[in-house]
Design a protein around this ligand. Structure first.
Ligand SMILES: Nc1ncnc2c1ncn2[C@@H]1O[C@H](COP(=O)(O)OP(=O)(O)OP(=O)(O)O)[C@@H](O)[C@H]1O
Ligand SMILES: [Mg+2]
Length: 287
């Protein structure tokens, strides 16, 4: 059971998430975001209930339920093709939901457009980063929160640079010329420019050098400590499970295991069958 306590949520906002290969001009934006969720602190930032979704008529997720609380990380892990990205796309509003409920801050969003969900505080770091390669780093970041007032954009940019100082050194560089790790920093930074309260991250560490992975997990921990709710999808199961408050293991579109990060890290059978972890290894949450 994923029962978790929730500190107060941080702030809200909106985000531009380009589809693969889209141009900046294609990115729409929505009205300013809302405050704390309906029901206040009691509602998890994200609730997924009996979710059935897929691509067109093809259903690939069959009855998934999970929650992500403010100030917590839920890791959704599972083999290639299990339906992890499809789940994130359903939350973000990019695939059809056949059945079930998705609530952000206590509000049902299934009938809302992707941009309306962004206005509720959702931000998405898509698989593959999807930056606008011909734009500068600064412009990619601005796209992420361009409907915020200029002063807020400057503040938010300052926060991104504080989190990833390397981004600050590359602001005038073409995003397409960055290394993979730097692009991932910009992709996360772009999401943060929208002042989200729910962050969906698809494959945080994919393609990163092993020694860079820790830096990204440290950034996730910082954001979580600031009150963000994080739904993290990873092929790198070891890192994700070590960093997570709640773990959901997805297999063929269904949750085959769900519980606290601590329980996941101690469940030998789970570790052997799904996670490939050593129970004795230190975790991201350990000092
Ligand atoms: N656009 C699409 N059209 C049709 N089927 C798709 C589409 N995208 C994904 N699928 C199918 O949906 C299933 C789940 O894919 P999904 O990308 O959600 O898996 P995943 O768990 O994210 O895998 P990976 O770890 O490889 O990223 C797969 O069988 C995949 O072939
Ligand atoms: Mg995927």
């Amino acid at each position: 059971m994923p029962g978790t306590e929730q500190p107060a949520a941080r702030s809200v906002g909106q985000q531009a998430v380009p589809a693969a290969g889209t141009r900046a001009a294609d990115v729409a934006q929505s009205a300013p975001g809302v405050g704390t969720g309906a029901g206040g602190a009691a509602a998890p930032m994200l609730e997924i209930e009996d979710l059935h979704c897929g691509h067109g008529e093809l259903e690939v997720v069959h009855g998934l339920g999970l929650t992500v609380a403010a100030g917590q990380t839920t890791a959704l892990v599972g083999a290639n093709g299990a339906g992890k990205t499809t789940t994130l796309m359903a939350v973000a509003g990019h695939v059809r939901v056949h059945r079930g409920a998705i609530r952000i801050g206590g509000e049902a969003v299934a009938a809302l457009s992707p941009m309306e969900r962004v206005a509720r505080g959702l931000a998405w770091v898509p698989e593959g980063r999807r930056l606008f390669g011909d734009l500068t780093v600064r412009d990619n970041l601005v796209v992420g929160g361009y409907s915020r007032p200029a002063a807020r954009q400057r503040e938010n940019l300052g926060r991104v640079v504080e989190l990833f100082p390397r981004v600050g050194e590359r602001l005038n560089q073409r995003a397409g010329s960055l290394s993979g790790g730097e692009q991932q920093m910009v992709a996360i930074g772009r999401a943060l420019m929208a002042e989200p309260r729910l962050l969906l991250v698809d494959e945080l560490s994919l393609g990163l050098m092993p020694k860079a992975v820790g830096e990204f997990y440290a950034a996730m921990n910082t954001l979580r400590a600031q009150g963000l709710a994080i739904l993290l999808v990873e092929q790198n199961t070891q890192h994700a499970v070590r960093a997570a408050d709640t773990v959901v293991v997805l297999e063929s579109g269904q949750a085959v295991w769900q519980g606290s990060g601590e329980a996941a890290r101690q469940d030998t059978a789970l570790i052997e069958s799904y996670l490939g972890l050593s129970p004795d290894e230190p975790t991201e949450n350990d000092e």
